[in-house]
Design a protein around this ligand. Structure first.
Ligand SMILES: NC(=O)c1ccc[n+]([C@@H]2O[C@H](COP(=O)([O-])OP(=O)(O)OC[C@H]3O[C@@H](n4cnc5c(N)ncnc54)[C@H](O)[C@@H]3O)[C@@H](O)[C@H]2O)c1
Length: 381
């Protein structure tokens, strides 16, 4: 029987709640599609930090490096100064495991309520390829005269040809498997140096993909186009900070932060990729069963696809879409069911799933899971 080593980092706040739901769905997928997972839980987050003072230990990295893939909940706590856990664990882990691409699908599933009037699933199916290793997330910063009116803070941004090229190349490869269109999102009219580098890389890569069209949109204009005309986009490639911001907007189009999924991809195969919902630890709803587990479930689907479990991935995606379409609201008490109950509903549908690619939830069109597999095959070939 096929077996996969899975690292699990539940983290803080609602992280453990949505991860537990995702693991119950994974149990169902294993039973239905005939594979096993050997799971290793790694306790990273606020509790560990507050009791030991440790963020990301060498032991934790070694344990995680030995996995085939990692499921991540969320990290962040009001008890810890902002940035300590986020930079010290999440960003550090993405860097240690060379997860160069943060992939964020923005897909509105049939029957799922969206705040955008008139938006249909046919008009909302794009993928954001966010550069995951640089930008202002690793640029140096400093503060002098802190806490005084003379304080001066600087925060840089790093943009190397190498990392930008890696992200842009991935975006073109993915677009070649999809509708054949790449949009660069940046702020070249103000961030002229970083912007010029990104534009030059896109021009160079585009020359190798004559069948993929490409265009450019400023990040501020993107915030207008995305809700009004998402059908204009297929694959959007962007830097770390802009990608972080526009995908929260993308999540709203899909029905809310609780629905959006992501993958931190190691595209060279040198370490495992890591899959996590886009949302954070949501301390405001922690421990009440009010978190929607769909983002975690759809991240599990991406994870299964990366492990070569394509049928299970499609079944989890389609079961999640079906459960979402029956909910009166997509977060909080209005969902009418707890985080765990929603996980059980998705798991029950996965148990009954047929062998088709996403057919059970009425999903049409080729699956992102299949497209990713083709891109990965091209990269290793
Ligand atoms: N990758 C990560 O682990 C990650 C990502 C973003 C934020 N954070 C951290 O999480 C903490 C909280 O950040 P925040 O409040 O800005 O963002 P958040 O995503 O945690 O929450 C924003 C809002 O969305 C709601 N929400 C989030 N997930 C939901 C779900 N699954 N179901 C229903 N509602 C949901 C929350 O209740 C909250 O009102 C901070 O410490 C932040 O740094 C971590």
């Amino acid at each position: 029987m096929r077996s996969h080593r899975l690292g699990v980092i539940p983290g803080d706040g609602i992280g453990p709640e949505v991860t537990e739901a995702a693991l119950s769905i994974l149990d169902a997928a294993q039973g239905r599609f005939g594979f096993t997972t050997e799971r290793t839980e790694v306790p990273l987050g606020a509790d560990t930090y507050l009791s030991t003072g440790e963020l990301l230990t060498a032991d934790a990295v070694t344990q995680l490096r030995g996995q085939d893939a990692i499921l991540f909940g969320a990290i962040g706590s009001p008890k810890v100064t902002p940035g300590v856990l986020e930079r010290g664990i999440i960003l550090a882990l993405r860097a240690e495991l060379r997860q160069a691409i943060n992939l964020r699908p923005v897909r509105l599933y049939p029957g799922v309520p969206t705040p955008i009037a008139g938006l249909t699933p046919q008009r909302c199916d794009l993928v954001v390829v966010r550069e995951n290793s640089e930008g202002s997330y690793v640029g140096g910063g400093s503060t002098v005269h802190r806490g005084t009116p003379a304080a001066v803070a600087t925060q840089g941004s790093v943009n190397t040809w190498y990392a930008v090229h890696r992200a842009v190349d991935f975006a073109f490869r993915l677009a070649a498997q999809r509708r054949g269109r790449v949009t660069l999102c940046h702020k070249t009219n103000v961030l002229v140096d970083a912007g010029a580098l990104w534009l030059a890389v896109v021009d160079e890569v585009a020359a190798r993909f004559p069948d993929v069209e490409h265009d450019y949109v400023h990040v501020d204009a993107m915030c207008m186009h995305l809700p009004v005309a998402p059908e204009r986009f297929d694959v959007v490639v962007t830097d770390n900070l802009f990608g972080d911001i526009i995908t929260d907007l993308g999540a709203v189009l899909q029905g809310g932060l609780g629905v959006a999924a992501s993958g931190n991809l190691n595209i060279e195969g040198s370490a495992p990729s890591m899959f996590e919902p886009v949302h954070g630890s949501a301390p405001d709803i922690q421990g009440q069963g009010l978190a929607n587990p769909a983002g975690a479930a759809l991240s599990l689907a991406l994870c299964l696809a990366s492990l070569g479990e394509g049928q299970a991935a499609a079944a989890v995606e389609s079961a999640t879409a079906e459960v979402l379409s029956g909910l009166p609201a997509l977060s909080g008490a209005g969902m009418g069911a707890s985080t765990a109950e929603l996980g059980e509903r998705i798991a029950a549908l996965v148990t009954e799933a047929g062998d088709g690619d996403g057919a059970a939830g009425g999903l049409a069109g080729p699956s992102l899971m299949t497209q990713l597999a083709a891109v990965q095959a091209g990269l290793s070939g």
